[in-house]
Design a protein around this ligand. Sequence first.
Ligand code: ADP
Length: 292
Amino acid sequence: RIAVLGSTNMDLVAYVARAPEPGETVTGREFRTVPGGKGANQAVAAARAGGDVTMIGAVGDDAYGAQLRAGLEHAGLDTDLLHTAEGPSGIAHIVVDDTGANSIVVVPGANGTVTALGPGEMAAIAGADLLLLQLELPLSAVIEGARVAHAQGVRTILAPSPVQPLPAELLDCVDLLIPNEHEAAALTGFTDPRAAARHLLSQVPAVIVTLGAKGCLYAARGGEPVIFPAPEVTAVDTTGAGDTFVGTLAVALGERRPVPESLAWASSAAALCVQRPGASTSMPYRTEIDAA
Ligand code: ADP
C-alpha cells in the first residue's frame, strides 16, 4: 500500500498565440480544465501502475472539488482521507503560448488547509509500505507525515517540487529524494547532477536526479552514482513525465523489486507518458509498462 500526502488541483489551461502583457487582454484559441496537482498526479500514476494507493489531502467544497474527487475515485484511489475543506479547491491557472512556453499561477486553496495530520492520516501513513511526498502542501504537514513514516520504518520518497530550501528535520526522515536537474541545482548550487547528487547524499541515504530525455542518475551512500539512460522515443508532451516516473517507481520499490529493475520500469512508464499529449491522461497502465 502506498500513501500519498499531497496536492490536488484543477489546472485551468488557456492556449494563446502570445501571453498577455500586464494590462493587456488577448483572445485565446482553446481552454481546458484538467485534473492535476503533483500529489494527485503521482497517486494516479501509481494506481495505473498497479499500486494500492491512499490519497491524503484536501479538495474544496466547490464544483472542482467534486470533479477532482470523482476523477481520483475513478482512477481507483482510496479517497477516504481526501477531505473536503470549506472554500475553493486548489487551482493552477496556466497560459500556454504557441512556442509551448507557459506562465502559471498556483492558488493552493484547499491544499493550504492541510497544515497538520489527524489520527486517521497518521494511521494510514504508519500502515503503508511507502509514503510519497511533494512540496505543494504546507511544509508543516509534509514534515509531520515524514516524521510519522520515519518513526514507523515506512520508506519515504520526496519529490522536492516546487523547489524550496529543505529543513534538516524533513531531510532526516527522507529515504529517497527525487529532484529533477533544475531542482537538484537549486537545492545544492551544483549544476552538474553528479556533484549535486554527491552533495545531497550527505543529507539523505539515496538520490535520483531525473535528467529528462537523458534518463536519470541514481546515487546511494557507499556507491558511485550511476546513469540509467531513458528509452529513445519521440516526445510530444513531457507534462507529467516526472510525476509518472515517481509514482511508478514507488510501486516497483513498494513491491521490493531491485533498484535497477525498478528504475528501468519507471523509465519505460515515463517514456510512454511523453509520447502522448496531456498529464494524468497520458500516464500508462501496468500492462502497457510491462509490454514496453
Ligand atoms: P520533470 O518532468 O519533473 O521536469 P524530467 O524532465 O527529468 O522531470 O523527466 C522525468 C523522467 O521522465 C526522466 O527521468 C525520463 O525517465 C522521462 N523523460 C522525460 N523526458 C523524456 C524524453 N524526451 N524521452 C524519454 N524519457 C523522458
